[in-house]
Design a protein around this ligand. Structure first.
Ligand code: TYD
Length: 140
């Protein structure tokens, strides 16, 4: 499984750093939604879902956390600890977020609005979904 991590351009000078993100330039999709998590309790693990049709970029703009990515066949753990790094998360990818530092702010840029019907919240359903997608591809 390929992990796609972006290193965004930093516009640094003696005043500090600035990162600018533009859709279709720095971000490979139209950004329809931005949300962020902060004040995450110690030991909290969240996410536990995949999406049928949603692309996201995760950026830990302050502090650090870890992301578990699972495509149904392989798992990867990706630490996020730089405000200029973005992790691309495709559709059909199970994700869990954990190990949040107390000061962590995890920002997510998403390619679509919040749609509950796009979520796959059961791991068994996710494995079934991936299997069906793969057999669909094989038939084509
Ligand atoms: P939830 O899906 O539990 O977060 P995660 O799976 O990433 O741990 O979302 C927490 C709450 O926030 C839930 O009530 C739904 C709401 N929510 C929105 O209203 N809009 C959004 O874009 C997101 C991601 C969540």
């Amino acid at each position: 499984m390929q992990v796609i991590k972006y290193a965004f351009q930093q516009h640094g000078d003696e005043r500090g750093q600035l990162v600018a993100l533009e859709e279709f330039k720095d971000i490979p999709f139209e950004i329809k939604r931005v949300y962020y998590m902060y004040d995450t309790g110690q030991g909290v693990r969240r996410g536990f879902h995949a999406h049928k049709s949603l692309e996201q970029i995760l950026i830990c703009i302050h502090g650090s956390c870890k992301i578990l990515l699972d495509n149904g066949g392989e798992k990867k753990i990706v630490p996020l600890e730089c405000p200029y790094e973005g992790l691309y998360v495709s559709n059909a990818m199970w994700r869990e977020m954990y190990d949040f530092s107390p000061d962590a702010v995890l920002m997510v840029l998403a390619s679509d609005y919040y749609k509950e019907e796009d979520y796959i919240r059961s791991y068994d359903d996710f494995l079934e979904y991936v299997k069906n997608q793969e057999s669909g591809k094989a038939e084509k």
